[in-house]
Design a protein around this ligand. Structure first.
Ligand code: NAD
Ligand code: GLY
Length: 336
């Protein structure tokens, strides 16, 4: 088992394990624990974790799988469930599932009785390397995704790699798009790492990149924006597809735009661009973009990060060296 520590507004540990064998039950002893999960993950793993908590009083709350469950309705319903079962501020929540369960549970934890502890057991690749760490919690509104939320760090994260055995292929691809992004942010993650499949070492390397960024800029006033690499164009493609193409897949497609843009801005050599493209193909994701640049640009103009005549874009100076650069729409139009 690999242990990583996060030293943000709250100190906590992340355990990356190959199985559930070493799941640490100590933090839950003598407490009420509510395991929040979804309708796909709960039948597979909930009982298993509940059975381990022999010295806790275990409750569970299962939401329907899917993004639509990250709702104000479920947010309130979980609060009521906790209140009905007399959870106090000393009790805890566990988020067992992907990013939907994690974001919703984290947000409930940040507000129930003005804040109780929560732990993450991420079961999707995306949640393992990204959403379970860093304390961004949220629910969606009909007006948009993640519009209501908080920064509220978990008290611990337990990654059990064996849960990936049941993750559908499209969801693996979804995670791979975010995973390859880390390889552009830090050259510690190499082509060889990506060729070796999903291992505890690779997950830990990705998490180390995210931890360093979160520790430097927990509330995203600067450096944390680097995690948006590939996202500006990625979000536009996601919207143009009517949200039928998974988020991480769109991020990988967005990364191919970021490479093209970086080539033009920094005058990168053909050799360097080929090296970057080779790294990106390691994701195994189809990088074709069936939309015209005008459609993409018009969506970027509406992006919440766009201001006046331009948008903050994460560019790749070199593998392992990215920076946030303000790009005018007129320049983007010419380059892309
Ligand atoms: P998800 O939670 O919807 O999970 C994807 C699908 O996989 C679901 O159907 C789920 O039931 C299923 N699943 C998960 N683990 C499984 C397993 N082991 N076996 C079988 N099925 C399994 O989606 P996601 O991609 O994990 O997360 C996306 C969400 O995360 C979005 O709401 C996004 O906004 C949020 N997010 C948050 C952050 C953050 O920093 N908080 C970062 C990135 C994304
Ligand atoms: N996934 C982006 C962030 O945590 O900031």
């Amino acid at each position: 088992m690999i242990t990583l520590n996060v030293n943000a507004s709250k100190f906590y540990s992340i355990f990356v394990a190959k199985t559930d064998a070493e799941f640490p039950v100590k933090p839950f002893q003598g407490k009420k624990v509510c395991i929040v999960s979804d309708s796909n993950v709960a039948p597979l793993y909930l009982n298993n974790y509940a059975k381990k908590l022999t010295e806790s009083q275990v409750f569970s709350y299962v939401i329907p799988a899917g993004e639509s469950s990250k709702s104000a309705e479920n947010f309130i319903k979980i609060h009521s469930y906790l209140a009905e079962n007399e959870f106090t501020r000393g009790d805890v929540l566990i988020a067992l599932g992907g990013g939907v369960v994690g974001d919703l549970t984290g947000f409930v934890a940040s507000t129930y009785m003005r804040g109780i502890a929560y732990y993450q057991i991420p079961t999707s690749l995306l949640a393992m390397i990204d959403s379970s760490v860093g304390g961004k919690t949220a629910i969606d509104l009909p007006e948009g995704k993640n519009l209501v939320g908080s920064f509220y760090q978990p008290s611990g994260v337990y990654v059990d790699l064996s849960t990936l055995n049941t993750l559908p292929k499209t969801e693996m691809e979804n995670g791979m798009g975010e995973l390859v992004k880390y390889a552009f942010l830090d050259k510690e993650i190499t082509v060889e790492d990506l060729q070796g499949g999903i291992t505890d070492v690779l997950i830990s390397k990705c998490l180390s990149v995210k931890i360093a960024i979160v520790e430097a800029d927990e509330r995203e006033s600067g450096k944390r924006m680097l995690l948006n690499l590939g996202h500006t164009v990625g979000h536009a493609i996601e919207a143009l597809s009517g949200y039928t193409v998974p988020h991480g897949t769109c991020v990988a497609k967005g990364l191919s735009y970021a490479i093209a843009l970086s080539k033009a801005v920094y005058g990168l050599s053909d050799e360097k661009v080929a090296e970057m493209q080779n790294l990106l193909t390691m994701s195994g994701i189809d990088l074709s973009i069936p939309y015209h640049k005008k459609e993409i640009l018009s969506l970027i103009r509406r992006d919440k990060k766009a201001k006046h005549d331009g948008v903050d874009f994460v560019l790749i100076k070199d593998i392992g060296s990215c920076e946030i650069k303000r790009m005018d729409f007129s320049v983007l139009e010419n380059i892309l």
